[in-house]
Design a protein around this ligand. Sequence first.
Ligand code: CDP
Ligand code: CDP
Length: 231
Amino acid sequence: MERHYAIAIDGPAASGKSTAAKGVSKILDFLYIDTGAMYRAFTLYMMEQGKDPKKEEDALLLLPSFEMSEDSKGHVYLFKEDVTKRVRERDVSALVSYACAYKAVREKMVEIQRAMAERNSVVMDGRDIGTVVLPHADLKIYQVASVKARAKRRYLENQEKGIPCSLKEIEEDIEKRDYIDSHRENSPLTKAEDAILLDTSEMTIQEEIETIVSLFRKKVGESWKDTEQSH
Ligand code: CDP
Ligand code: CDP
């Protein structure tokens, strides 16, 4: 059976995970999987159905009928609708930490994520990839960046996408989400013991991508070169 590789990238909001994961997956020709988008799509589904993401019974009611997908370009679909931009808006961001904390929700998402990693070489980003989803990943990165650096990045990103926001609001949102994400009961945001800590506050996107690719090549060494030559 063909050897599949996995790179796990975890860390708090706007630390640069998805930018790095996308870039790395392009260079290595791996599938990029944005696990945050799965939780965001479920949160949006609850909102659209008039349910309250803060209520577990509402989440359990909708979980069986939930269907989403991601394509290789990073587009996110809720049923057949493209919700890529919608799931990143402030109302969804404010509620996602609640909807994603329920055990049954996490179990369903983790199952989907593991199935994808079994069939493909993947770069997966999220919060619990190195600790829970793919504990045997070939390389685990735990990315951090200062709140200021992260808020500024998200602000510029929103401006570019035409999503209205203020820098102060974003800083508050990030701090709040960091707090909920690191204090919840199921799979809180923590660094896996064997994850490499990467502070991206002062790093450009290019530096971030190159660092991860070179760490991966070093880590898997000869076995990676063998696979490359057989292509
Ligand atoms: O991009 P950003 O870091 O703002 O968020 P995201 O990666 O899209 O994740 C959105 C939310 O989903 C996070 O605040 C986490 O609460 C949750 N999440 C999670 O619980 N587990 C994951 N593997 C990924 C995201
Ligand atoms: O996935 P996560 O929420 O961790 O962060 P992201 O969406 O990859 O990055 C948030 C924003 O920061 C994006 O607009 C990136 O372009 C930007 N960024 C940056 O300016 N410098 C970096 N080293 C990494 C990301």
